[in-house]
Ligand binder design. Sequence first.
Ligand code: CO
Length: 370
Amino acid sequence: MIDLKRLDGLTKELKNAGLDAIYLGPSTDLEYVTGLDTHPDERVRGLMVAADGRCFAMTPLLYKEEIVRAFGDVPFYAEWDDHEGFTGAFRRGCEHLGIAGGRIAFNDGVRAVDMLAIRDAMDMKMENGAKILEPLRSRKDEGELALMREASRMVDEVVGMLKAFIRPGMNERQIAQKIPDFFEEAGADDISFSPIVASGPNGSMPHYGGGRRVIEENDIIILDLGGRYKSYCSDTTRTLFTGTPTDEQRRVYEIVRQAQAAGEAAVVKGATGQDVDRAARKVITDAGYGQFFFNRVGHGIGIAVHESPYIIEGNDKPLKPGNVFSVEPGIYLPGKFGVRIENLVAVKPDGTGEALNSFPRDLESVCIRG
Ligand code: CO
């Protein structure tokens, strides 16, 4: 159903931005406002929200039933069929709301080719609406935080299942293919992204795409995974060991563990995304591994796995209560191995951080004893 509180917040953002309306195509923005989880294709559908709070829904007949079920009686339904094409319906909707010719923003759920067809069919001032919902979405309310805690509890449970499951002789893909089943068992609705299982030298590629390398007796494995629970995502990383870590692996692991803890501890009243990045990065740089940590420390998360706020040099905006983001420093040694540890952190009303993940990070707890 359309969430009237979120709709109201959106109309305030439209007025602040001087916009007449925003069109939300299939996207996490649309899911945030309506609960509808759907993906863009050639049958243009979505919700136009005018600054006065009135809406119209682009409704291809093929999708009518699920759209009406999701949106209820709030919007005017601009229906279209395959024979007619969608631009006539788009125009009828705009005329119904009295926004034809106005300043209309489009979000990231709209395909470029469809925007060009709209541009050719009618006059309006098109604006970039990619960030209009950011201020709302990045401040989670208590209900959202409860869902994110629950999603994080589930991913921690899955990490435990993986620790019990992984044995030398399995390959990376066999482990990755098990992960959706484990999320199902833990009560999640789905996975939130393709899990990363990067073992041995593959661990030096932070977004390793996955292969069939076989886990050895003494090995190191980065597991980066997340699930979805009632629209909200989890995301965590643990680096596990089979057998006995080498001295270098122990040393690097301890540095990353301290960097991750320093990042979490830097979440204090008034701290910015940049402050958290610097606090975690400093530990790695001071230990002499700065050149082997080349990405940002974290990203916001909610209905999307990556959203505002970003924990990165240059983000000098103070973090706000209700922000939820990852703190995930790593050290990536090409040709050797990588270590990454990731927890999600929510900013509490007093400005300090609440870690949403509780799977232990000490070296003993991440060693698999078969
Ligand atoms: Co992450």
